[in-house]
Design a protein around this ligand. Structure first.
Ligand code: ADP
Ligand code: MG
Length: 277
């Protein structure tokens, strides 16, 4: 069902939240959560009010990567988001900690996503970054059909298999009339430690070519870098490093590119977003 068809649920705005940025991919393991987490932190460093919603209900990795392991409180009917590195957070991982999987069917998934969007006290946000589960399934469609997404970022590696699925993700967003902010190529190349030489593992440049061939923006390359993985595993993502750190700078550059695209599109609610620098 497309949102333009009769009978589609209305896309009600989320009061106080100006822009919803969905981070998706065709495939799992390409670095979607890594990009979502570091992007959210970089946006907060640029001075924006930022939230991060972990919509990967079955495989929530945001708590680990953001270094947060608490249970959210409720005030009346509303859940209070947790917070770290200047980013407000909500994840199923806070409500169902440990290794026990959730076994839920469609309607329950639908209602938990609605709870996360509208039952959480997000307050005033310039950007709510949404980390989608991999693929083009139920959660993605529920979100896209009920929330006024400003635009989507598609994360891919330069490998042919990842790009094939990334193209599907771009088509999914296009079909349901969600603007594509652009493609991010993750794991573009390996910077050989101690040198400034790049080693192409998956064949860098393919993400940019794919973006060009599909007529969508290219938002940037992120190298394959052990520090990026360690940052995620230890709950201290590389984007938290000082401004002169090249890894942090990579994500600040990505954040600036995303803001530029949002400014060009115009937010769904509220005044046009400012480009602070
Ligand atoms: N650029 C990168 N360099 C090194 N490791 C990375 C990079 N991007 C992601 N990873 C690692 O790859 C694994 C999968 O990334 P993740 O963000 O969980 O992917 P997804 O959310 O798409 O499933 C994680 O261990 C993560 O730390
Ligand atoms: Mg993930």
């Amino acid at each position: 069902m497309s949102p333009n068809q009769p009978g589609a649920p209305p896309k009600l705005p989320i009061p106080g939240v100006r822009n919803l940025i969905a981070v998706g991919s065709g495939k799992g393991g390409v670095g979607k959560t890594t990009v979502a987490v570091n992007l959210a932190i970089a946006l907060a460093k640029l001075g924006y009010k930022v939230g991060l919603l972990d919509a990967d209900v079955y495989g929530p990795n945001v708590p680990l990567m953001m270094g947060v392991n608490q249970t959210p409180m409720a005030h009346g009917e509303r859940i209070q988001p947790l917070q770290n590195y200047g980013v407000k957070l909500m994840s199923m991982g806070f409500l169902n900690p440990g290794d026990k999987p959730l076994v839920w069917r469609g309607p329950m998934l639908h209602s938990v996503i609605q709870q996360f969007l509208r039952g959480v006290d997000w307050g005033e946000l310039d950007c709510l970054v949404i980390d989608l589960p991999p693929g083009t399934g139920d959660v993605q469609l529920t979100l896209i059909q009920t929330a006024p997404i400003t635009g989507a970022i598609v994360v891919t590696t330069p490998s042919a298999v990842s790009l094939e699925d990334a193209r599907k993700a771009v088509h999914m967003f296009a079909q349901v009339k969600v603007e594509i902010l652009g493609i991010v190529e993750n794991m573009s190349y390996l910077l050989i430690p101690g040198t400034d030489q790049k080693m192409d593992i998956f064949g860098s440049g393919a993400g940019k070519k794919t973006a060009e061939s599909m007529g969508v923006n290219f938002l940037g390359e992120i190298p394959l870098d052990p520090e990026v993985r360690i940052g995620g595993d230890t709950g201290k993502p590389v984007a938290t490093a000082g401004e002169d750190d090249s890894r942090a700078e990579t994500f600040l550059r990505l954040a600036r590119n995303v803001i530029e695209r949002i400014a060009a599109i115009g937010p769904q609610t509220g005044p046009k977003i400012d480009i602070t620098d």
